[in-house]
Write a protein that binds this ligand. Sequence first.
Ligand code: TYM
Length: 334
Amino acid sequence: MRLVSGIKPTGDLTLGNYIGAIKQFVNLQNELKDAEFFIFVADLHAITTPQDKQQLKKRVRDIAAMYIACGLDPNRVNLFIQSEVLEHPLLGYIMESTAYIGEMERMTQYKEKKQKQLKDGVRTSLLTYPALMAADILLYDADIVPVGDDQVQHLELTRTLAERFNSLYGETFVVPKAYTPKVGARIKSLQEPTKKMSKSESESEKAYILLLDNINQIKNKIRSAVTDNEAKIYFDEKNKPGISNLLTIYASLTDSSIEDIVKKYENETSYQKFKEDLAEIVGSTIEKIQTRYYELIKSNELDEILNQGREKAQFIAKRKMTKVLNRIGLLRQK
Ligand code: TYM
């Protein structure tokens, strides 16, 4: 069995990225002893929107280091940088030649992000991006793709494209399945808990927690999270989105069930203790991650891991690409 996933280096990593994606990679790595993992930094996806060159360079490295700092084991997981395996954009083009424009235009993320680029011009790659994402996955014959909720639509498209290609040219790709966590597939903003936690989509810094935020600042952000006036702790996403989001974060980081946490705080008459405990949990989880991150970022270890990951990814990707080109009739030999 093979698992593939990536994160794009457009903003600093948030607690949402950790809970929705990275923590799942780590859990799956520990549960599925025989599975192979290809986890990458989706740097080509970043340039669908304008990026500062130095920032982009830093973020690519940051994500690679964070994957390991969060618990990915480089002996178990092939970690690499997408643009170092040129078969990704090559298969991306082939996926563009498999997909229809209407399918791309229906993608929710495209419709949302397009609004922000209207003034300066919408990049073509913002529209075609899901074809590259499909290529990222299909290149490795992934069975499972662990992602947060907001990527599920792209996974559906990937499945459609794989099936279409297979029926046009003969069985070539494994049709992958999305895997979303039971708890934490969509971590919400701490200030507007009906919206997704996202740095780029938030007005206030208090709305999101970054994995590289100062630990005291992180605790304060939890303490000042928007809740409600009922002073009773239970899960109800519709009527108590703030508390439900905090319960989700609590459950995910402590690997416990929401019911058990609700029980633990059933006699509380305010949110104070619950928030204080959660502030400690989030703070100490991220503190451990940061300690490992700062060791890695200044060592040579990271480059060695990325070189090794690149070799393995290139090997698999090249072999697959030969097969794909051959299927279409694009190879001179064979
Ligand atoms: P990206 O970089 O926006 O996000 C990376 C991962 O983090 C998850 N995520 C969240 N999960 C829960 N709550 C949140 N608030 C939250 N915010 C982000 C996302 O769902 C995602 O799993 N297109 C992808 C990157 C990508 C990819 C791939 C993923 C490129 N190629 C191939 C899987 C397979 C993206 O933009 O994710």
